[in-house]
Design a protein around this ligand. Structure first.
Ligand code: GRF
Length: 207
Protein backbone atom coordinates (compact mmCIF):
# COMPACT_ATOMS: atom_id res chain seq x y z
CA UNK A 1 0.00 0.00 0.00
CA UNK A 2 1.50 3.40 -1.00
CA UNK A 3 2.49 5.71 1.83
CA UNK A 4 -0.11 8.46 2.29
CA UNK A 5 1.03 12.05 2.09
CA UNK A 6 -0.32 14.10 4.96
CA UNK A 7 -0.75 17.87 5.16
CA UNK A 8 -1.27 19.30 8.64
CA UNK A 9 -2.89 22.62 9.49
CA UNK A 10 -2.10 24.21 12.83
CA UNK A 11 -2.54 27.49 14.69
CA UNK A 12 -0.77 26.86 17.96
CA UNK A 13 1.60 24.82 20.06
CA UNK A 14 1.28 21.69 17.96
CA UNK A 15 1.25 18.98 20.62
CA UNK A 16 -1.15 16.99 18.43
CA UNK A 17 1.21 17.46 15.51
CA UNK A 18 3.99 16.14 17.77
CA UNK A 19 1.94 13.04 18.57
CA UNK A 20 1.63 12.35 14.83
CA UNK A 21 5.34 12.94 14.20
CA UNK A 22 6.19 10.53 17.03
CA UNK A 23 3.89 7.75 15.81
CA UNK A 24 5.12 8.11 12.23
CA UNK A 25 8.73 8.00 13.39
CA UNK A 26 7.98 4.82 15.35
CA UNK A 27 6.75 3.30 12.09
CA UNK A 28 3.18 2.98 13.35
CA UNK A 29 1.50 4.97 10.58
CA UNK A 30 1.65 4.29 6.85
CA UNK A 31 2.05 7.98 6.14
CA UNK A 32 4.48 10.85 5.92
CA UNK A 33 3.96 14.49 6.80
CA UNK A 34 4.63 16.39 3.58
CA UNK A 35 3.84 19.86 4.86
CA UNK A 36 2.75 21.73 7.99
CA UNK A 37 0.80 24.93 7.33
CA UNK A 38 0.00 27.56 9.94
CA UNK A 39 -2.14 30.69 9.86
CA UNK A 40 -0.07 32.02 12.77
CA UNK A 41 3.54 32.97 12.20
CA UNK A 42 4.57 32.33 15.79
CA UNK A 43 2.84 28.94 16.14
CA UNK A 44 5.27 26.71 18.04
CA UNK A 45 4.10 23.77 15.92
CA UNK A 46 6.09 25.25 13.01
CA UNK A 47 9.24 24.97 15.15
CA UNK A 48 8.40 21.37 15.99
CA UNK A 49 8.05 20.52 12.29
CA UNK A 50 11.30 22.26 11.36
CA UNK A 51 13.16 20.14 13.91
CA UNK A 52 12.22 17.10 11.81
CA UNK A 53 12.96 18.78 8.47
CA UNK A 54 9.30 18.85 7.53
CA UNK A 55 8.31 21.60 5.06
CA UNK A 56 6.55 24.45 6.85
CA UNK A 57 4.50 27.28 5.46
CA UNK A 58 2.98 30.33 7.16
CA UNK A 59 -0.01 31.62 5.22
CA UNK A 60 -0.96 35.11 6.32
CA UNK A 61 -4.70 35.67 5.98
CA UNK A 62 -4.17 39.44 5.99
CA UNK A 63 -2.40 39.22 2.64
CA UNK A 64 -5.55 37.98 0.91
CA UNK A 65 -8.54 40.01 -0.13
CA UNK A 66 -11.04 37.45 1.03
CA UNK A 67 -11.46 34.37 3.17
CA UNK A 68 -11.96 32.37 -0.04
CA UNK A 69 -8.66 33.53 -1.54
CA UNK A 70 -6.86 32.76 1.71
CA UNK A 71 -8.29 29.23 1.55
CA UNK A 72 -7.31 28.97 -2.12
CA UNK A 73 -3.72 29.65 -1.09
CA UNK A 74 -3.83 26.78 1.42
CA UNK A 75 -5.43 24.46 -1.14
CA UNK A 76 -2.70 25.33 -3.67
CA UNK A 77 0.01 24.59 -1.11
CA UNK A 78 -1.55 21.23 -0.21
CA UNK A 79 -1.97 20.32 -3.87
CA UNK A 80 1.63 21.19 -4.68
CA UNK A 81 2.58 18.55 -2.07
CA UNK A 82 0.11 16.01 -3.58
CA UNK A 83 -1.63 15.54 -0.25
CA UNK A 84 -3.83 12.48 0.35
CA UNK A 85 -5.03 13.49 3.81
CA UNK A 86 -5.46 16.85 5.54
CA UNK A 87 -5.30 16.87 9.34
CA UNK A 88 -6.55 19.84 11.33
CA UNK A 89 -4.43 19.65 14.47
CA UNK A 90 -5.42 22.66 16.53
CA UNK A 91 -6.29 24.79 13.48
CA UNK A 92 -8.70 27.43 14.68
CA UNK A 93 -10.17 28.68 11.39
CA UNK A 94 -13.12 27.13 9.61
CA UNK A 95 -12.56 25.96 6.03
CA UNK A 96 -14.13 27.45 2.91
CA UNK A 97 -16.77 25.57 0.96
CA UNK A 98 -14.27 25.01 -1.83
CA UNK A 99 -11.67 23.60 0.56
CA UNK A 100 -14.09 20.98 1.91
CA UNK A 101 -15.20 20.09 -1.64
CA UNK A 102 -11.63 19.80 -2.86
CA UNK A 103 -10.66 17.34 -0.10
CA UNK A 104 -14.00 15.61 0.42
CA UNK A 105 -13.73 12.79 3.00
CA UNK A 106 -10.02 13.51 3.24
CA UNK A 107 -10.00 15.96 6.14
CA UNK A 108 -9.75 14.87 9.78
CA UNK A 109 -10.17 17.18 12.78
CA UNK A 110 -9.54 16.73 16.49
CA UNK A 111 -11.89 18.48 18.90
CA UNK A 112 -11.46 18.59 22.68
CA UNK A 113 -15.03 17.74 23.75
CA UNK A 114 -17.61 15.03 23.23
CA UNK A 115 -19.29 16.28 20.05
CA UNK A 116 -22.15 17.36 19.75
CA UNK A 117 -21.50 19.11 23.09
CA UNK A 118 -19.36 22.24 23.32
CA UNK A 119 -18.48 22.44 19.65
CA UNK A 120 -19.14 24.64 16.64
CA UNK A 121 -18.41 28.30 16.09
CA UNK A 122 -16.49 29.96 18.92
CA UNK A 123 -15.64 26.71 20.68
CA UNK A 124 -11.89 26.37 20.44
CA UNK A 125 -8.94 26.04 22.79
CA UNK A 126 -9.56 26.65 26.48
CA UNK A 127 -13.05 28.05 25.74
CA UNK A 128 -14.30 24.52 25.10
CA UNK A 129 -13.18 23.33 28.52
CA UNK A 130 -14.42 26.47 30.29
CA UNK A 131 -17.85 25.90 28.74
CA UNK A 132 -17.86 22.28 29.93
CA UNK A 133 -16.87 23.34 33.47
CA UNK A 134 -19.43 26.17 33.54
CA UNK A 135 -22.18 23.81 32.38
CA UNK A 136 -21.28 21.39 35.13
CA UNK A 137 -20.94 18.26 33.00
CA UNK A 138 -19.59 15.16 34.75
CA UNK A 139 -17.87 13.82 31.66
CA UNK A 140 -16.08 15.47 28.77
CA UNK A 141 -13.59 14.05 26.29
CA UNK A 142 -12.13 14.18 22.82
CA UNK A 143 -13.56 13.54 19.35
CA UNK A 144 -11.82 12.83 16.06
CA UNK A 145 -14.06 13.33 13.06
CA UNK A 146 -14.18 13.87 9.33
CA UNK A 147 -14.75 17.46 8.32
CA UNK A 148 -17.84 18.44 6.36
CA UNK A 149 -19.42 21.80 5.51
CA UNK A 150 -20.39 22.65 9.08
CA UNK A 151 -18.33 23.50 12.13
CA UNK A 152 -17.53 20.24 14.00
CA UNK A 153 -20.51 18.46 12.39
CA UNK A 154 -18.81 15.75 10.29
CA UNK A 155 -18.97 11.98 10.85
CA UNK A 156 -17.30 10.84 14.08
CA UNK A 157 -14.36 8.45 13.88
CA UNK A 158 -13.37 8.06 17.56
CA UNK A 159 -14.50 9.47 20.88
CA UNK A 160 -13.31 8.89 24.39
CA UNK A 161 -14.45 10.32 27.70
CA UNK A 162 -12.81 11.62 30.88
CA UNK A 163 -14.58 12.25 34.19
CA UNK A 164 -14.89 15.82 35.38
CA UNK A 165 -14.31 16.19 39.12
CA UNK A 166 -15.42 18.93 41.51
CA UNK A 167 -11.91 20.30 41.71
CA UNK A 168 -11.38 20.49 37.93
CA UNK A 169 -10.71 23.81 36.25
CA UNK A 170 -10.72 24.43 32.51
CA UNK A 171 -6.93 24.05 32.61
CA UNK A 172 -6.82 20.72 34.46
CA UNK A 173 -9.57 19.34 32.21
CA UNK A 174 -7.71 20.52 29.11
CA UNK A 175 -4.59 18.65 30.27
CA UNK A 176 -6.42 15.36 30.75
CA UNK A 177 -8.33 15.66 27.46
CA UNK A 178 -5.07 16.36 25.62
CA UNK A 179 -3.77 12.96 26.76
CA UNK A 180 -6.75 11.39 24.96
CA UNK A 181 -6.27 13.58 21.89
CA UNK A 182 -2.66 12.47 21.55
CA UNK A 183 -3.83 8.86 21.40
CA UNK A 184 -6.99 9.21 19.31
CA UNK A 185 -5.67 11.47 16.54
CA UNK A 186 -2.71 9.24 15.59
CA UNK A 187 -5.02 6.21 15.77
CA UNK A 188 -7.52 7.78 13.35
CA UNK A 189 -4.72 8.84 11.00
CA UNK A 190 -3.25 5.33 11.18
CA UNK A 191 -6.63 3.80 10.23
CA UNK A 192 -7.08 6.29 7.40
CA UNK A 193 -3.62 5.58 6.00
CA UNK A 194 -4.44 1.85 5.99
CA UNK A 195 -7.71 2.52 4.09
CA UNK A 196 -9.70 1.16 7.01
CA UNK A 197 -12.21 4.00 7.49
CA UNK A 198 -15.47 3.84 5.53
CA UNK A 199 -18.28 6.38 5.73
CA UNK A 200 -21.79 4.98 5.70
CA UNK A 201 -23.93 8.10 5.88
CA UNK A 202 -23.09 9.72 9.18
CA UNK A 203 -21.46 6.61 10.58
CA UNK A 204 -17.83 5.73 10.13
CA UNK A 205 -17.17 2.00 9.94
CA UNK A 206 -13.72 0.64 10.77
CA UNK A 207 -12.73 -2.49 8.87
C1 GRF B 1 -6.32 20.85 21.03
O1 GRF B 1 -7.07 20.76 22.22
C2 GRF B 1 -7.19 20.57 19.84
O2 GRF B 1 -8.15 19.62 20.06
C3 GRF B 1 -7.83 21.91 19.66
O3 GRF B 1 -6.83 22.85 19.92
C4 GRF B 1 -5.86 22.28 20.78
C5 GRF B 1 -4.55 22.37 20.06
O4 GRF B 1 -3.50 21.86 20.77
N1 GRF B 1 -8.51 21.97 18.39
P1 GRF B 1 -2.09 21.63 20.06
O5 GRF B 1 -1.78 22.85 19.21
O6 GRF B 1 -2.15 20.38 19.26
O7 GRF B 1 -1.12 21.54 21.20
Amino acid sequence: MPVKKIGILISGSGTNLQSLIDEINKGNINGEIAVVISNKKEAYGLERARLYNIDTVFINEKKYESFELFNEAIIAELKSHEIDLVVLAGYIKILSHKFVEEFKNKIINIHPSLIPSFCGKGYYGIKVHQAAIDYGVRISGATVHFVDEGADTGPIIFQEAVKVSDSDTAETLQKRVLVLEHRLLPLAVKMYCEDRLYSEGRRVVIR
